[in-house]
Design a protein around this ligand. Sequence first.
Ligand SMILES: [Ca+2]
Ligand SMILES: [Ca+2]
Ligand SMILES: [Ca+2]
Length: 417
Amino acid sequence: MLFRLLIITFIVYFSSIAYIHPEELHFGIISVVRKKIEELLAEEVKKDKKDSPPKVVILSPAANSELSGKVEIIAEASDDKGIAKVEFYIDAILKSTSTAAPYSYSWDTTQYSNGPHTVKLIAYDTIGQSASVYRIVIVNNVDRAPSASIIAPVEGSTVTMTVNVVVAAYDDKGISKVEFYIDDALKFVSATSTAPSSYTCSWSWDTTQYREGLHTVKVIAYDSIGQTAAAQCTVTVKYSGDSGVSDKFIQNGNFEQGYSDYFPNVPKYWEPELPQKNYSSVLSLDQSVVWEGMYSLRMVAPQNGEWDVGPIFQTSDYDTVTPGKTYELTAWIKSEGKEWQNEWYVITMQWMTNDGQPLGEVTIPESDRTPVNYDWKKFTIRGVAPEGARRLRVKLLQHFGHGKTWFDDIKVKEINQ
Ligand SMILES: [Ca+2]
Ligand SMILES: [Ca+2]
Ligand SMILES: [Ca+2]
């Protein structure tokens, strides 16, 4: 009954709106129903073939990561029908469009202020459907240079023996190392493993290996990207126990006063131990290889196997030495061309009576005789004056055979003990 009513309603409705002739009514109903079925089928097909929206994720950089320099933004986008493009936005401004995988954009963060920024990506599929993803990252391009200061020793101070050089360094991103220099020569490196921002380090400087007088202590601190900060101070090195007047024992120990008036090629105030020998080819004042001042004394071995080459000496005045007291001789020596360990240069401090009788001597210990060749090095000899000693004699020579030896800055002092 209901169905019949529905049919009648259909007929009336369609005949009125479509002006269907009563004779064609039967066929009209069929075509309407068919049309309706076709529409329903088409919708089902369309539903089956629905085009899904795309998906997009940011692979890099990580959320909240700290960025500097050029950074690669990498995205992964997918879609059932294919990705048309991926747009890259920084702070909502479109910077780049990528149409093929891998979807990426090289972002120059140096053009942005330090602090948080938004990286946003929008992926589009072939029919314009989109998906977006964003991420906050922190730009930090400032890496400031480090700072360094020398806490000890104090500028202008006098230092003696072993001195602790203490440095405080700071850097925003961390200190990687601190270098210690004396007179511009690198002496020590204090490296860090964790690159702390505040770094205090120290190095023990043995000042007795340096001549007395002014020296420069310099430090260079490095940050993690190699930026540096330097600090320096000037100090006066003084030998401990210095009773003052070394000239009391030795004159012209630095060889600055030229040649002797009496002995050819022998430095002033010095005497040849073998005056019958010709020292002219053996001894000379050298201006090009010096430890201090303008000159050093050079001894050149004649290469003929001769022993005790070029011995010279100098004796202190009467009553300059007190028995029982300690005396220290220091000398700077450079050596090259020696071939064997017993090709030694010799420097001795000999005890004498007032009338010139020898009472024994002290010299460079065997343990200090290797290597036989090296650049300027300080030697120290100490000895206690024996009973009867009233003077001391300093003697220099090349013990044997080959090579050259330079002497400079020879001093003797009484040690207060
Ligand atoms: Ca799609
Ligand atoms: Ca830094
Ligand atoms: Ca000199």
